[in-house]
Design a protein around this ligand. Structure first.
Ligand code: AMP
Length: 221
């Protein structure tokens, strides 16, 4: 197993890029901590009940809750797989939890690459304002950048698209502030390890996918 961390500010396109990459590479799987938590909230699990208020306020869910979910997931992955981790880790403590989970899982992996999707705050606000998602299959859209074939309807399953509860301007500002405070230290953390790659995340989705794909392919680990 190879673990590739995809990180960046809210709205940097982590989910979109990771999901496109899995369509191009059958050995890759996309693991989104945000999607896992949204599913837990929807299913009213114990984790979901605990996570819900943090998510609604744009705050981070406590490290041990999300850390446990991701560690359990990593332990279940087959050895030939490339895991694209979207949204985890988001703190230095979570980065340590990930290292531990990778080392102790049956296929004894390690984080081989951390791709930073680089984007400015202005672009983030625009992107998040137009973001839409399918509540049934999880597909992501943007009203102008990635429009569905029929406005407001999912191309894959025909379900009406929705705006995420935490995509209000106030919550986005809060999420960006938390990103700067808690997640930006990961840039130095992975740079010191020599596995950080920066990908400018402001071009077309196809360009960003191609640049990310190249960064992963060039990585020998
Ligand atoms: P995302 O879909 O990645 O933007 O995540 C949506 C929300 O889920 C975040 O604003 C957090 O409340 C929560 N969340 C997702 N991943 C994590 C994480 N690694 N650590 C803590 N909270 C998280």
């Amino acid at each position: 197993m190879k673990i590739v961390v995809i990180f960046g500010s809210p709205g940097s396109g982590k989910g979109t890029i990771a999901s496109r990459l899995t369509k191009l590479n059958p050995q890759m799987i996309h693991v989104s901590s945000g999607d896992m938590l949204r599913k837990a909230v929807e299913d009213h699990t114990a984790v979901g009940l605990e996570a819900e208020s943090y998510m609604r306020d744009g705050a981070l869910v406590p490290d041990e809750i999300i850390g446990r979910m991701i560690s359990e997931y990593i332990a279940s992955v087959d050895s030939g797989t490339i895991v694209l981790l979207d949204g985890f880790p988001r703190t230095l403590t979570q980065a340590d939890i990930l290292d531990e989970a990778a080392q102790t899982c049956a296929c004894s992996a390690e984080v081989s690459l951390a791709v930073l999707l680089d984007i400015s705050d202005e672009v983030v606000f625009d992107r998040v304002a137009g973001r839409r998602g399918c509540p049934a299959c999880g597909a992501g859209y943007h009203v102008t950048n990635i429009p569905p074939r029929v406005a407001g309807i999912c191309d894959n399953c025909g379900t009406a698209l929705v705006i995420r509860k935490d995509d209000t301007p106030e919550t986005v500002a809060q999420r960006i502030a938390i990103y700067k405070q808690q997640t930006v230290p990961l840039i130095a953390f992975y740079a010191e390890r020599g596995i950080l790659r920066r990908v400018p995340a402001t071009g077309s989705v196809d360009d960003i996918v191609a640049l990310t794909q190249r960064a992963i392919s060039e990585n020998p680990a």
